[in-house]
Write a protein that binds this ligand. Sequence first.
Ligand code: FA5
Length: 350
Amino acid sequence: MENQIIALRNEITGKLSEVTDLSELDAIRVAYLGKKGSITALLKGMKDLSVEEKKSFGAKVNELKEEATEAIDKKALELKEQEIQRELDSMPVFDVTTPANTDRGSYHPITLVQRQCEAIFRTMGFAIIDYPEIVTDYECFEALNIPKHHPARDMQDTYYLDNGQLLKSHTSAAQNAILKKYGKALVEKGEPIRAIFPGRCFRNEATDACHENTFFQMEGVMVDKDISISNLIYFMKTMLSEVFRKDIKVRLRPGFFPFVEPGFELDISCLICGGEGCPSCKQSGWLELCPCGMIHPNVLKEGGIDPEQYTGFAFGLGLTRLAMMKYGVKDIRNLNSGSLKALAQFTDDE
Ligand code: FA5
């Protein structure tokens, strides 16, 4: 029996020196230490030995079992390390001296004009506020003096959710919340409300060169004592001259929006055709860019502000159209095309 132990030890040592992968090693473990393995068989075969023989032989078999277990575990560790090394060796080498990849993408033209407008209004003391895209009927219409069945709703059909909420059709949807939020500081501390709120808007309408179903606006409001149309015109002029940095022709004409009184349409002479008329301006030579007006007393009241004491203006700048004009994009749909080749040509000229 002693000879059997010596033979098994040599056999195991020999096999372990030749094994090259973990599955082979597993087979060796089963062959010697498994339920039907050779070492297990030696232990089972001891039942016919005398007590004395069992003691000395049993100790030796157990010693062999421990040695074999230890040697197999050690080999498993070695093989795992070799496997990891092989994997590492097959990976591409990261060369820190390789020149940097300068093709890092670019900002979308709408992001560029939005940031530019934000910077302009920030210097004039306006807060920049983010507002959700999903709003209630109250925020989008009712609070803005547009009750149910008002014909003005026809101009702003949008996408409705099953729960009655809707995708906002204009950034004016944030007006009521902003008046309520900042009205307290206006009344108690005399701090004027000055805020802009850019955001994505949605409308269920046919698209063409200057209309998209998803576009960006940037709303602005200012409320204080004695705010007048002159203040509104000053802010509009400052913004446009900063954005375009060149003389552009603008016109202000009466416009109806239930949430302002009086209301205006502010148009700019089309910069694509120089005012001659083209598809981008629907052949009119003018592009509606930034409707505006004095906030209607009902809207102020709904926002918790006394219209007898305070007045304010609001405007709704079409950011997507502004990007079109600033960057000479003939068709608004190109801005949502996702074509990186087209979009990468715009850069921040700040
Ligand atoms: C409004 O949305 C009003 N909420 C604006 C407003 C705010 C008026 C505050 C008075 C006071 P209008 O539907 O005209 O108005 O849209 C405003 C601007 O958003 C337009 O002049 C245009 O520049 C842009 N715009 C409107 N619809 C689209 C569209 N489908 N695609 C691209 N731009 C659009």
